[in-house]
Design a protein around this ligand. Structure first.
Ligand code: PGA
Length: 255
């Protein structure tokens, strides 16, 4: 089973509209879209519209958001509906990033509603899971991740989508410069795939892409992507500059 490698840029709260547009124009010159991998940019909400226009209709570079609400509309001041994202040509949405969980207090129960809403509206969730440093030291890594999977994907019911994307992001590796080794990540990815097999069957488990995130950079992308169960990466810091992001894309391309 071949899974198309997926490289996702998570800009977090970086890049104004002008900076985002500059990035896209430089990226379009430096990277020639290929059928051998997918690239998704996740800018802040404010830059989505302009970047969607800059990318154009038949772009191969896809657009994602960093979060969304579960409701279509309503009295939710400051929130963004999945419908609004669809209107802006977003195909993907990151849900449950560790910063959303730990800084903004999002729970697995909140995320279960968001994941189900995203799927219902035709957005592909990039559902993030990962343990903290203390939880790893306590030997609780799999317990935590299994819980995040079980509770956060609960509302998908029997209709577990084969195009769902899961991102394993150990909290201790995010923004620290200290990535999980390919072996550490590979082990968790293998457990996640096994969990999906039990939950949804072999063919779904074979098609779900599992990304690694946490201090991905040009110097470690190749070894991470050589792990059989690592199907792509979610890149924070190193996705902010075109040069490093393009280097990551190139190493992720198995051609
Ligand atoms: P990082 O962030 O690449 O800067 O570690 C990854 C992420 O938070 O998705």
């Amino acid at each position: 089973m071949t899974r198309l490698p997926l490289i996702v840029a998570n800009w977090k709260m970086h890049h104004t509209v002008a900076e985002g547009l500059m990035f896209v124009s430089r990226l379009q010159k430096a990277f020639y879209p290929t059928d051998k991998l997918e690239v998704v940019l996740c800018p802040p909400f404010t830059a989505l519209y302009s970047i969607a226009v800059a990318l154009g209709e038949d772009t191969k570079i896809k657009l994602g958001a960093q979060n969304c609400h579960f409701a279509e509309n309503g009295a939710y001041t400051g929130e963004i509906s999945p419908l609004f994202l669809k209107e802006l040509n977003c195909s993907h949405v990151i849900l449950g990033h560790s910063e959303r969980r730990h800084i903004f207090g999002e729970t697995n129960a909140d995320l279960a509603k968001k994941v189900a809403a995203a799927v219902r509206h035709g957005l592909l969730p990039i559902y993030c899971v990962g343990e903290t440093e203390i939880q790893r030291a306590q030997g609780r890594t799999w317990e935590i991740i299994q819980n995040q999977l079980q509770e956060g994907l609960e509302h998908l019911g029997a209709a577990f989508p084969g195009d769902l994307i899961i991102a394993y992001e150990p909290v201790w590796a995010i923004g620290t410069g200290q990535n999980a080794t390919p072996q550490q990540a590979g082990e968790v990815h293998q457990q996640i795939r096994h969990w999906i097999t039990i939950r949804a069957g072999q063919s779904i488990a074979d098609s779900v892409r599992i990304l690694y995130g946490g201090s991905v950079k040009p110097s470690n992308i190749k070894s991470l992507m050589s792990e059989p169960n690592i199907d792509g990466v979610l890149v924070g810091g190193a996705s902010l500059a075109v040069d490093s992001f393009v280097q990551i894309i190139n190493y992720g391309d198995p051609k």
